[in-house]
Design a protein around this ligand. Structure first.
Ligand SMILES: *Cc1c(COP(=O)(O)O)cnc(C)c1O
Length: 381
């Protein structure tokens, strides 16, 4: 494929000769009004109506029992893993092909990732690969699941729904039940993505969403923990807001908490963005269809949603025929002012995770050298 054809196609979609970013946020009068209202009220920080409203909106949309807003997605992931009982020295099974935040969170909890392969269809954690790893390296005792080599506890399985494409959650959940593990979803990229009719992040016991500037909706910075019971939700709220025991004036904190609360100013943005989400999703799915049609006539494979899922198509992706083709496309599109980018380096190639336990990573390595993300901002096509 000629990069000039791709650049022309993308410029035609976005109807501009200016720089085209990978993913830009879209705001309307509603965001303006909510932010102005927050400034007017002076409640820009840790108290105010928008935090609650944003949480209830996310609960209604996802069908999650409880949603707790946090200052960013990484904080949400930390709070989710903390509530799941992940402790210092534990191992958590996740994918080698992910954004670094997934593994950074484990690192700072004193836990370690076990890097496992992804599925070709979803680009997300592969149940067969998890099973193969457990079968070879894990043993189940009365106390739980342990690594045969190091004796470390394996506590959780942490799939990430890459670019919004849901992992095979039923299969992962079954493995978790068989091996005594907790399923925690890194759903940072998958607000608006459904697995067999269920919103991503509601199959696992806990999940994290992100509302960073490049995600499908944004609060500037922000995140959300999803969980399955009100009791867990209450505790997550408690621990993410310094674990202060309610009292008219005394400062008593009953455990070591975090200051992870989302400011009201950011939540005000989130409430407005949630109203726009259905439109973003419609536009992004139409855009993905457009790309899919274009690539049917070219030699790169467009990544379609898995058959069992409805994806938000957060970031559109293609799989090139070779690393050489990928490098040429990346160079030429970026030089032409159309932003494209490769997928993340696999986690074990980063210095802090170079010694991480890992399984066979054939698919991840294959994808690592071939995947390109294309401009994906919502647009009328
Ligand atoms: C964006 C993202 C995060 C972190 O979210 P922040 O809000 O940027 O902290 C975590 N995991 C994945 C996979 C992400 O894409």
């Amino acid at each position: 494929m000629q990069s000039t054809q791709l650049v022309a196609f993308i410029r035609d979609i976005y109807k501009t000769n200016a720089f085209i970013p990978l993913h830009a946020p879209t705001f309307s009068e509603k965001e303006q009004a909510n932010v102005a209202d927050t400034l007017e009220s002076t409640f820009v920080s840790s108290v105010g109506k928008y935090v609650d409203e944003f949480e209830r909106k996310i609960e209604a949309y996802t069908g999650s029992a409880r949603a707790v807003a946090t200052v960013n997605g990484t904080a949400a992931l930390h709070a989710a893993l903390h509530q799941a009982g992940v402790e210092r020295g534990d191992l958590v099974i996740t994918q080698a092909l992910t954004f670094v935040a997934t593994c950074n969170t484990l690192y700072h909890m004193g836990a370690q990732p076990v890097l496992v392969d992804v599925a070709k269809t979803s680009l997300s954690l592969c149940p067969e690969a998890v099973e193969a790893y457990l079968y070879e390296h894990a043993k189940l005792t009365g106390q739980g699941c342990y690594h045969k080599g190091t004796g470390q506890r394996i506590k959780a399985v942490l799939p990430m729904h890459t670019f919004g494409h849901p992992a095979e959650l039923d299969e992962l959940l079954l493995l978790c039940k068989q091996w005594g593990l907790t399923l925690v979803e890194d759903a940072a990229e998958s607000l608006g993505s459904f697995y067999k009719g269920k919103h991503t992040g509601t199959v696992g016991e806990f999940a994290a969403l992100s509302f960073n500037g490049n995600k499908i909706i944004t609060t500037g910075g922000g995140g959300m923990v999803l969980c399955q019971t009100a009791t867990q939700g209450d505790h997550i709220k408690h621990v993410t807001t310094t674990a202060k025991v309610p009292h008219p004036y005394e400062f008593h904190h009953d455990e070591a908490g975090f200051n992870y609360r989302l400011p009201n100013l950011n939540a005000a943005l989130g409430c407005a963005q949630m109203e726009a989400l259905p439109t973003f999703l419609k536009q992004k799915r139409a855009l993905a269809q457009h790309y899919a049609e274009f690539f049917r006539k070219h030699d790169c494979q467009f990544v379609l949603e898995p058959s069992y899922a409805r994806s938000n198509y957060w970031l559109n992706a293609i799989i090139c025929e070779s690393e050489v083709q990928r490098d040429a496309l990346l160079t030429e599109t970026n030089a032409a002012g159309v932003m494209t980018r490769p997928v993340w380096k696999l986690m074990h190639r980063l210095p802090m995770f170079s010694h991480a336990h890992r399984g066979d990573l054939t698919v991840s390595e294959w994808l690592e050298s071939r995947v390109i993300n294309l401009p994906s901002s919502p647009v009328e096509v």
